[in-house]
Design a protein around this ligand. Structure first.
Ligand SMILES: *Cc1c(COP(=O)(O)O)cnc(C)c1O
Length: 361
């Protein structure tokens, strides 16, 4: 019998580790492991999904015109340059499928989001990782990592799991220094959390080699329904649309996202709470000897003295019903990524870390 094998690269993919949601034997668990919005989706998005239920026998829109128009209005973008996907993960996958194949390289940073590697391998391309500078994207390292085979360069700005970001001048320097055959992808999954930040729109509009990906999974609280989008030069969006399945985003997801992005009052509320409790959490943990870099997103990367302490604290938090994220797989063995929850969640985290640090184990 000959063995039937998949395409090269597929068997090198390690399964994506999603944030845990349960602890055996512990009730009243708070999940702070996936950077979800602690307040849930906008009530208007919930109502839109409920209203969509009676029409679920109908196929969804295949051009996503309603949602693309809403995105265009809210962000001041041309809807013709917007593509919607089943989460921004799908846009990342389209980019890799469209632009990278066997022999090509896909570049990202050492603490970069794991979907870049997975999608590069799925496309048969070679993932290439470069160093960061103290948990911050290093433009020089990325430029030095480019070769004549580099097709895609991914950075998340702000980045997950570090929470740090680089400024517009650095992003522009990266875009302008890439070889002519490479596309820069700005992953803006957390862009909404940065006040006044355009996520790179101005840089994209002035160039032909930069795109961005965005999501409804974080600030908009819609991770469960899978909707994200991309924005870039019309010719690149046209390429991605050719790969896209006609019904890749469900009818419920389309109406939920449109309602969520139009509910600006709710978005404001979530942003204010996040900013307030993120600062409080970071300060309280720092006072306990657990520092973190200033976070630009909805989580903090808490640093412990070593891997053993991080593991010990994670185990203690779990025993208290608090689920955070280990990030050794992101080359950060001494750290834990903690999503900024509501007031109660933040207070419970600080109390538990204090107890752990105080020797209650
Ligand atoms: C959460 C996240 C995404 C978004 O994933 P979706 O597929 O849109 O749910 C993309 N990039 C980064 C860096 C993320 O943290």
């Amino acid at each position: 019998m000959t063995k039937i094998t998949p395409q090269p690269g597929i068997m090198d993919i390690a399964l994506y580790q999603s944030g845990t949601a349960h602890v055996k034997g512990v009730s009243n668990v708070i999940k702070l492991s996936s950077n979800e919005n602690p307040y849930g989706p906008s009530p208007k998005a919930i109502a839109a999904v409920q209203d969509s239920a009676a029409m679920l026998h109908r196929y969804p829109s295949s051009d996503h015109a309603g949602l693309r128009t809403a995105i265009g209005e809210q962000h001041g973008l041309n809807p013709e340059q917007v593509i919607c996907g089943a989460g921004s993960d799908e846009i990342i996958a389209f980019l890799c499928q469209a632009y990278a194949g066997p022999g090509d390289e896909v570049l990202y940073t050492e603490h970069g989001f794991s979907m870049y590697r997975i999608s590069a391998l799925a496309a048969g391309a070679t993932p290439v990782e470069v160093h960061e500078r103290e948990r911050v994207t290093d433009v020089d390292a990325l430029l030095a990592g480019c070769t004549d085979r580099t097709k895609l360069v991914f950075i998340a700005n702000p980045n997950n799991p570090t929470g740090t970001m680089i400024g517009a001048a650095e992003v522009a320097r990266l875009a302008d220094g890439l070889p002519p055959h490479a596309i820069l992808v700005l992953d803006g999954a957390y862009a909404e959390y940065v006040s006044g930040f355009d996520a790179g729109v101005e840089i994209i509009n002035a160039r032909s080699n930069v795109v961005m990906t965005r999501t409804f999974s974080k600030l908009y609280g819609l991770g469960g329904i899978r909707v994200g989008w991309g924005y870039g030069p019309e010719d690149i969006i046209d390429v991605l649309n050719r790969l896209r399945g006609p019904f890749n985003v469900s009818a419920s997801a389309l109406v939920a996202a449109e309602a969520a992005i139009r509910d600006t009052a709710y978005v404001e509320f979530c942003l204010e709470e996040n900013t307030k409790w993120r600062g409080w959490l970071a300060e309280a943990l720092a006072a306990l000897g657990v520092p973190s870099d200033t976070s630009c997103a909805n989580f903090i990367l808490a640093r412990f003295s070593d891997h053993a302490e991080a593991e010990g604290c994670d185990a203690y938090l779990q025993s208290q019903g608090l689920i955070v994220r280990k990030v050794a797989g992101y080359n950060l063995p001494n750290a834990l990524r903690i999503t900024v929850g509501d007031e109660n969640a933040c207070r419970r985290i600080v109390d538990a870390v204090a107890a752990f640090k105080g020797g209650v184990k």
